[in-house]
Design a protein around this ligand. Structure first.
Ligand SMILES: C[S@@+](CC[C@H](N)C(=O)[O-])C[C@H]1O[C@@H](n2cnc3c(N)ncnc32)[C@H](O)[C@@H]1O
Length: 205
């Protein structure tokens, strides 16, 4: 699965490439799923150009926003500088498939990140960075086996709801939300159907 390595993501976010659509709005699940949480420390794992990290900082979260792509981080930082973020964002260039952070967070979110190690090992890694009592929010792509994928998401960039929830089948975790959802986005003006998977879990111990 080397196709999702640093070079791949740098090419994806290259300002000259058409692939890197710059998402300006945070995905809708972030507001819904964090509505009842008290802002604390948050990690956005695979923050891209920063829409979710900026939204969290606007809500008062102390955000660490990490991505493997320095190009994405440069764009994100520039956007944050023009926004009324409440707390400064700590932008970190890191390969999260190998990173060993020396701290944990009250909230770890990841939206559509698909690194070279595959979805489930990645989700397992970032789950270990959630502080006791803290929350993990996963927003990912579903692969459409029947109709092919409308948005170019290969199977190794997706995971099923069942596979993700099975990661949290232990007394250490409680699943608070787990569902699939379809929505339409308009990158470049044209409608594109997304099929998403959303899992929110909190760490009991
Ligand atoms: C499809 S983009 C999603 C970006 C953003 N979260 C959003 O929802 O718009 C996936 C992001 O994950 C990042 N990523 C992929 N592999 C990574 C890794 N090993 N470590 C850190 N970030 C990674 C990519 O650089 C990219 O910014």
């Amino acid at each position: 699965m080397a196709e999702f390595d640093k070079d791949y993501w740098e090419a994806h976010w290259d300002p000259a490439a058409s692939s890197g659509e710059r998402e300006l709005l945070a995905n809708p699940y972030l507001a819904t799923e964090t509505a009842y949480l008290h802002p604390g420390g948050a990690l956005d794992a695979g923050c891209g150009t920063g829409a979710e990290a900026i939204w969290l900082a606007e809500q008062g979260w102390q955000v660490t926003a990490a991505d493997i792509s320095p190009t994405a981080l440069t764009t994100a930082q520039a956007r944050a500088a023009t926004t009324d973020v409440i707390t400064p964002i700590d932008w970190v260039e890191a390969d999260l498939a190998r990173w060993e952070p020396e701290r944990t967070w009250d909230l770890v979110v990841t939206s559509y990140a698909h690194p070279d190690i595959g979805q489930l090992p990645f989700y397992r890694r970032i789950a270990s960075w959630v502080a006791p009592g803290g929350t993990l929010l996963i927003v990912g792509h579903l692969h459409d086996h029947q109709h092919g994928d409308h948005h170019g998401h290969p199977e190794n960039a997706s995971a099923t709801l069942e596979a993700i929830t099975s990661l949290f089948d232990s007394p250490q975790w409680q699943i608070d939300a787990a569902y699939e959802h379809a929505r339409t986005v308009h990158p470049g003006g044209a409608p594109v159907q997304l099929r998403d998977v959303i899992v929110r879990a909190h760490r009991t111990a």
